[in-house]
Ligand binder design. Structure first.
Ligand SMILES: Nc1ncnc2c1ncn2[C@@H]1O[C@H](COP(=O)(O)OP(=O)(O)OP(=O)(O)O)[C@@H](O)[C@H]1O
Length: 643
């Protein structure tokens, strides 16, 4: 009946990867002191206190009905012995049973609802926090581990949510039972107390170790999630490296660890229960022997002995309740500690991670500020690093992006090109210097205000879950079908999508489109209502000629009326640029156009050579010094499943 689910828990052992320092909320959580950790659990329960209070009251009433039952049974027996009418005592007995059952049912349903709402609250808070978090706070953690925190850990609060009410109810029922036993016969009570104390001591010794084993099991589940998610994401590499067995063994070991700790917890729980039951049963036998002897000597009535035995049998109820709720509370406390770690993740300025979603800022009505002249974005003496103490990723960057035209950033791997984009998108804050948008310093804008003026195409061009239409509308959910077809035309996907049975409603799995098509879908999303600046991190994998031509066309069209900044890996892109920025070891080494840089900058000449970009020769298939980190996916869009 009272199972010990292999439940959950995880001490807050993980250390935060804490990047930039501006936030005050990323304090590490001390996982140890139990009192402090209990308050973490209480924080999740607090919003539900009115329902919990009602649950407690209902539980106490049901307890009272249960406690009165043996006494009324004695009344029935005494009336029977005296030859009186049984109508009244039997009616009271029946009423007690029915009222007790009805109230227990109500309490059960009420607390079940509370438990679900506690879990929902916790899950919603974690999800909100993830999407409000600063990129650097999530980047250092495994995706699987983060998913476990949103799915499995809040589930552990389910049982724990009723544990406080259960503990109070159980304690009241235990004390009430003992007191009523005392009113019946003190000698028999003494015998019972010995059994209760033995059981309590054993439980006190074993229960904490059950909690610890459950925590260890949950930690292993978290590691399992992290390793599994990472390996599945790299499944092509895993298979190409013939590492299936190795990965299976590695990940299964986490599952085995979890099972080992779970089995430990189950064994200890079984021991506790066996000892408790046996202890109470032995006590009942002793009470029966003692009681019979006392009844024989006329020291107590037989009806008193029967009532006492009924209480003795009932004792297991509150003891079970206490044990079960203490176990659930241990698991809940550990889960609350893990969830609190997530709540301590630093969020971006202006985000509302704990309340309702942030209000959508007003649509841009045009360039902000006129003081910036022809410059849309500017870096002024910017230095940045990814973690305190790490080497700066970029240093002393001074750069202006004109309102119109194409700026291409080139440089060897690790030169800091992507870091410039991270700073522009406010994924990373500068340590020194400042950035300006339309002449206004970045801190005067929220990240959302800045990002709504930038369109960004990631190098890997990930598709988001959903249909082709969902992907295109991701930035502007209100875009109409006409707008979508227009951008599909712009990236030459119009015919292909048009030939699909479901058209824009075709589901788009990340593994069902080729790398080039993914790039074009991402580009289409970015050029739909393109704002002031298009940021394009060019794919390094060899893309098909059509995609390259489409990208070049979009860049040219866009740069005629607005600003385009590319991290360039292709001849055509570099040649097209109005301004080329050469980066090396975190610094801007030279700026100019292709011809000027070829004349003046040795590194640029080397880069050109390594890309086989000849001033005379035809565009070559680029060979780059970067790896893309993404596999090229080989099923073309026109062969997507038609449903
Ligand atoms: N998330 C990160 N955490 C810590 N260091 C990082 C992170 N991202 C980049 N770096 C470091 O910052 C420096 C600049 O990296 P960045 O990614 O900007 O270079 P890049 O020119 O874009 O290189 P690539 O062409 O290989 O992508 C490198 O030394 C890199 O190791």
């Amino acid at each position: 009946m009272y199972g010990f689910g292999i439940s959950l828990a995880h001490p807050g052992t993980e250390v935060f990867h804490c990047g930039v320092t501006e936030t005050a909320v990323a304090e590490p959580i001390d996982p140890q002191p139990t009192r402090g950790r209990t308050s973490l659990l209480l924080a999740y329960l607090r919003p539900h206190w009115p329902a919990m209070l009602l649950g407690l009251l209902l539980g106490l009433v049901a307890n009272a009905a249960g406690l009165a039952t043996p006494l009324v049974t004695k009344w029935v027996l005494d009336t029977l012995g005296a030859g009186g009418s049984l109508l009244q005592p039997v009616t009271v007995l029946l009423a007690l049973v029915i009222i007790g059952a009805a109230i227990s049912l109500w309490q059960w349903m009420l607390m079940g609802g509370v438990a679900e709402r506690v879990v929902l609250d916790a899950r919603s808070r974690v999800i909100r926090r993830y999407f409000a978090a600063r990129i650097d706070q999530l980047a250092g953690r495994s995706g699987g581990e983060l998913v476990t925190r949103a799915t499995s850990d809040p589930g552990l609060l389910h049982e724990a949510s009723g544990s406080l009410v259960g503990l109070i109810n159980g304690a009241v029922a235990l004390v009430g039972t003992l007191v009523l036993m005392g009113t019946l016969d003190l000698v028999l009570l003494g015998t019972t107390l010995v059994a209760v104390v033995v059981v309590a001591v054993l439980m006190g010794l074993l229960l904490p170790s059950i909690g610890r084993a459950q925590e260890a099991a949950q930690e292993s589940v978290g590691r399992l999630g992290g390793a599994l998610e990472g390996s599945l994401r790299a499944i092509r590499t895993v298979k190409a490296s013939r590492a299936e067995q190795r990965q299976t063994g590695l990940i299964t070991r986490h599952a085995e660890d979890s099972a080992r700790h779970g089995i430990q917890a189950a064994r200890r729980a079984a021991t506790v229960w066996t000892i408790s039951w046996t202890g109470i049963q032995l006590a009942v036998i002793v009470i029966l022997g003692f009681g019979a002897a006392r009844a024989e000597r006329g020291l107590i009535e037989v009806s008193t002995l029967i009532a006492f035995l009924l209480y003795a049998f009932q004792l297991m109820g509150p003891i079970s309740e206490l044990t079960q709720n203490m176990t659930a509370m241990q698991a809940g406390i550990a889960a609350a500690g893990r969830l609190r770690e997530i709540e301590a993740i630093a969020v971006e300025p202006g985000s509302q991670s704990t309340g309702q979603p942030a209000p959508v800022p007003a649509a841009p009505t045009g360039p902000v500020g006129s003081e910036s002249g022809g410059v849309v974005l500017a870096f002024q003496g910017v230095s940045a690093r990814y973690a305190p103490g790490a080497a700066p990723a970029v240093r002393g960057i001074d750069l202006e992006i004109p309102r119109r035209g194409h700026t291409a950033i080139v440089g060897p791997s690790g030169a800091g090109k992507t870091t410039l984009f991270s700073l522009l998108l406010r994924f990373l804050e500068p340590e020194q210097g400042r950035l300006l948008l339309h002449g206004r310093p970045y801190p005067e804008h929220t990240p959302a205000e800045i990002r709504r003026r930038l369109a960004y195409v990631e190098q890997d061009a990930p598709v988001v879950p959903g249909t082709i239409g969902d992907n295109l509308r991701f930035t502007h959910p209100d875009a109409g079908d006409e707008e979508l077809w227009a951008v599909l035309r712009a990236v030459d996907l119009h015919d292909k999508v048009g030939s699909l049975d479901l058209g824009l409603d075709t589901p788009l799995g990340a593994t069902t489109v080729s790398g080039g098509e993914r790039q074009r879908i991402a580009l289409a999303r970015a050029v739909l209502r393109t704002p002031d600046v298009l940021l394009l991190d060019e794919a390094t994998s060899q893309l098909d000629g059509l995609t390259e031509a489409v990208v070049g066309r979009c860049v040219r069209q866009r740069s005629a009326t607005g600003a385009v900044v590319t991290i360039a890996h292709r001849l055509s892109t570099v040649l097209d640029a109005d301004q080329i920025v050469v980066m090396d070891r975190g610094r801007i080494r030279a700026t100019g156009d292709h011809a000027a840089l070829l004349r003046t900058d040795e590194l640029y000449r080397d880069l050109v050579a390594s890309l086989r970009i000849g001033t005379a020769g035809p565009p070559a298939a680029p060979e780059t010094d970067r790896t893309t980190g993404s596999g090229t996916l080989l099923v073309p869009l026109d062969r997507l499943p038609q449903e």
